[in-house]
Design a protein around this ligand. Structure first.
Ligand code: AMP
Length: 222
């Protein structure tokens, strides 16, 4: 059976596990993983003008202006690998962004909200480590690298705490989520696209729950 074209949005606060679940979803369905956070960090690493602008907001835990991310995503969705669908991780993050995506005509089939309590979010983010070279994300408790210090993919590169994972910045990010992104739950709910999934548990447990609700259906068997 050829699965229907998927247009998936992963919604949820920072630390909800969007990135980890995104990796499993794109592997299962063969669709590209479009993470605006990763794209912005790549721009920062490359020292582009867009990267310099984005860094000013990201460092403070604030959202980058809608126009910047909307243009970036709109360009990315035009690539040929999106012909069979896409997974958006971290976009949209405001009603303005959702309206822009809606107006662009790209069909969204599933908006998966990862529901996670505040306490677990803070615990997850403070135990998060990232590779400064490739951006791969680890967790000292649930997903350590092989030796616990270096990136498995980049070998000699030591893992770091992402600059915007510091405590004060996290608080701002959670505040931004409540103010700007949480209204999307209602926005997508009203359009019949919202699928709420319990995001607590292991990456694999949450993935099974996602497979149960995603449009094309799915099975946990290989
Ligand atoms: P993430 O890796 O998705 O947690 O994103 C890290 C940071 O990048 C966020 O805290 C924002 O500052 C910025 N960012 C990522 N995606 C967006 C978006 N869709 N709109 C505005 N800012 C974003």
């Amino acid at each position: 059976m050829t699965p229907a074209r998927l247009g998936v949005i992963l919604l949820g606060p920072p630390g909800a596990g969007k990135g980890s679940e995104a990796e499993l979803i794109v592997e299962r369905y063969g669709i590209p993983h479009i993470s605006t956070g990763d794209m912005l960090r790549q721009q920062i690493r490359s020292g582009t003008e867009l990267g310099r602008l984005a860094a000013r907001f990201i460092e403070k835990g604030l959202l980058v202006p809608d126009k910047v991310v909307v243009d970036m995503v709109s360009d990315r969705l035009g690539w040929s690998d999106c012909e069979n669908g896409f997974l958006l991780d971290g976009f949209p993050r405001s009603v303005g962004q959702a309206e822009a995506l809606h107006a662009s005509g790209h069909t969204v089939t599933d908006v998966i909200l990862l529901d996670v309590g505040d306490e677990l979010i803070v615990r997850r983010i403070t135990s998060r480590r990232s590779c400064p070279a490739c951006g791969r994300v680890y967790n000292v408790v649930t997903l350590p690298s092989r030796d616990g210090v270096h990136c498995d993919s980049c070998q000699d590169v030591e893992l770091i705490v992402r600059a915007d994972d510091g405590e004060a910045t996290i608080r701002n990010r959670l505040r931004e989520y409540q103010a700007m992104t949480a209204p999307l739950v209602e926005w997508y709910g009203a359009r019949g696209l919202l699928k709420r999934v319990n995001g607590e548990g292991t990456v694999d447990e949450v993935f099974v729950r996602i497979l149960e609700v995603i449009s094309v259906g799915g099975s946990t068997e290989e």
